[in-house]
Design a protein around this ligand. Sequence first.
Ligand SMILES: Nc1ncnc2c1ncn2[C@@H]1O[C@H](COP(=O)(O)OP(=O)(O)O)[C@@H](O)[C@H]1O
Ligand SMILES: [Mg+2]
Length: 240
Amino acid sequence: MIHVNNLHKHFGDSHVLRGISCDIQPREVVCIIGPSGSGKSTLLRCMNALEQVNEGEVTVNGFALHDRRSNLNAMRESVGMVFQRFNLFPHMTVLENLIMAPLSLNKMSRSEAIALADTLLDKVGLNDKRDAWPSSLSGGQQQRVAIARALAMHPSIMLFDEPTSALDPELVGEVLAVMKTLAEEGMTMVIVTHEMGFAREVADRVIFIDQGIIQEQGTPEQIFSAPTNPRTAAFLSKVL
Ligand SMILES: Nc1ncnc2c1ncn2[C@@H]1O[C@H](COP(=O)(O)OP(=O)(O)O)[C@@H](O)[C@H]1O
Ligand SMILES: [Mg+2]
């Protein structure tokens, strides 16, 4: 579903992604780990055309993002993204946050959008917060709303950029539980995370990035129990 080939990304003089190649298969759950500043967010943003590709190819759901002629809006509708900061619209209730994009893009009627929103709020365990304002919710609840909002577009791929790192520790679990359910339902997911326990349990594959290069990838078992690259081992020794 995602094909990345020899991707390079520069910001001014800094060469942030230095020849990344990876493929994401349908229904695969891939966790990306690595030190701060290694290029994880930039890679994820390149997969959603939030950053322009300088060199190489990124194809997502058949859309060639490196090609200026591609319809990026159509691509983005098929890819849900969840950020560290929940970015809910503060002046809209939970329900309004969920129906806004489907309605403004004419994806469905108002009654269909509301029915879907109710289903999704059930799924993330927040049907009692339907009419609440985002500011009245905990960070974990807001992030679950953000996940539901992304799902309201019926994405075929979900990208997560450190979805739990802005949360108080006791709220991390409820968000990871929603993500785990999604994974079990067969959603294709790429997740940048520092939650190694989650990666170990849920990922089909773990990619370790350092200095803009995929240093190592493999099953969670391989990466966490028997890393072959000394950089991976050094990183894990700090975070595990
Ligand atoms: N918009 C930007 N402009 C300039 N430099 C950037 C920009 N975004 C990221 N960078 C730089 O690119 C490098 C990788 O950043 P990032 O992808 O956010 O790393 P990570 O998510 O692994 O912490 C960092 O050195 C960061 O400062
Ligand atoms: Mg980042």
